[in-house]
Design a protein around this ligand. Structure first.
Ligand SMILES: Nc1nc(=O)c2c([nH]1)NC[C@@H]1CN(c3ccc(C(=O)N[C@@H](CCC(=O)O)C(=O)O)cc3)CN21
Ligand SMILES: O=c1ccn([C@H]2C[C@H](O)[C@@H](COP(=O)(O)O)O2)c(=O)[nH]1
Length: 283
């Protein structure tokens, strides 16, 4: 994953220090980065210069596809990434829209599956896309967006990787994913895995061939307390070849994803990696 190391290097060489009010920390920041992942042979874009916890990353995206709203639901799937933002963030704890312990509010999958239109009717963006792609239709509007400006005040965090657009060229399925904010040492590795997995699983349940995913990032940053480990540990390591993701072939529909799929339905073959790095997490 040379492209990832190159972006870290670019942030260190060309980044500008920006004070982030939400976390109270400074971030070394660059604007605009593009990644391309060819998953047609089953390669998953997982980082190899540290141990990447790829199962929680898949679980997080699976939870979004199920429309989960509670950190407890993510925990039950084997993913702990939402505990802090749901329960330890002072701004969110004081928000009158928070409905109690573990509530994340109306972000990510809630918007993906239950977007509210002006009459209060719920729109299932994902269902429409799955139905269309399964019939070979790409109306150039196969967009699932988790970013709803009208409800950002009802969410613990505004979606970071916020929009996923699917495209068909014949039987080949493509994905373009947009990310507004990217914590390079922590969130980024999760996001890469999620983009690759989303394309592979959507191809499988719609009967298409997974082709390429394009991952477009706006603000890419390293928090001040992460910088030493990036420079002195991760950037000193050489990447290994990408592993292959094996997906249970019995997963055939959106309803399978909603009802019985667990992390045991995914296996990574040939994942060679350097040791884990414990990066600080900013809430
Ligand atoms: N500052 C910040 N960075 C993020 O990347 C981030 C947020 N906030 N808030 C929302 C989600 C939560 N995400 C997270 C949260 C925690 C880990 C994390 O702790 N990862 C560790 C351990 C994973 C595990 O043991 O399961 C890692 O080493 O990757 C990763 C992504 C990504 N997002
Ligand atoms: O999927 C994700 C979710 C979050 N992040 C990171 C990016 C930022 O460091 C924080 C979010 O803070 P904002 O102030 O809302 O931008 O979380 C990520 O990299 N990937």
């Amino acid at each position: 994953m040379q492209a990832y190391l190159d972006l870290c290097r670019r942030v260190i060489d060309e980044g500008v220090w920006v004070k982030n009010t939400r976390t109270g920390k400074r971030c070394l920041t660059v604007i605009n980065a593009d990644f391309e992942y060819d998953v047609s042979d089953g390669s998953l874009p997982v980082l190899t210069t540290k141990k990447l916890f790829w199962k929680p990353a898949i679980a997080e995206m699976l939870g979004y596809l199920r429309g989960y709203q509670s950190a407890a639901q993510f925990r039950a799937l084997g993913c702990n990434t939402w505990n802090a933002n749901a329960n330890d963030n002072a701004g969110w704890l004081a928000n009158p829209f928070r409905v109690g312990e573990d509530d994340m509010g109306r972000c990510y999958g809630v918007q993906g599956r239950r977007w509210r239109n002006p009459e209060g009717k719920e729109i299932d963006q994902l269902r429409k896309i799955v139905d269309n792609l399964s019939r070979g239709i790409d109306d150039r509007r196969e967009v699932m967006t988790f970013y709803n400006p009208g409800e950002i005040d009802r969410a613990c965090l505004a979606a970071c990787m916020h929009t996923h657009t699917f495209s068909l060229l014949g039987d080949a399925l493509y994905l373009t994913s947009y990310q507004r904010s990217d914590d390079l040492p922590l969130g980024h590795g999760f996001n890469q895995v999620q983009v690759g997995w989303l394309l592979m699983i959507m191809a499988q349940i719609t009967g298409k061939k997974p082709a390429k995913a394009f991952h477009k990032i706006v603000n890419a940053h390293i928090y001040e307390d992460q910088l030493d480990q990036v420079k002195n540990i991760q950037l000193k390591r050489d990447p290994y070849p990408l592993p292959k993701l094996k997906i249970n072939p019995d997963i055939k529909s959106l309803s399978d994803l909603e009802n019985w799929v667990t992390l045991d339905d995914f296996e990574l073959q040939g994942y060679r990696h350097h040791p884990a790095i414990q990066y600080p997490f900013s809430v």
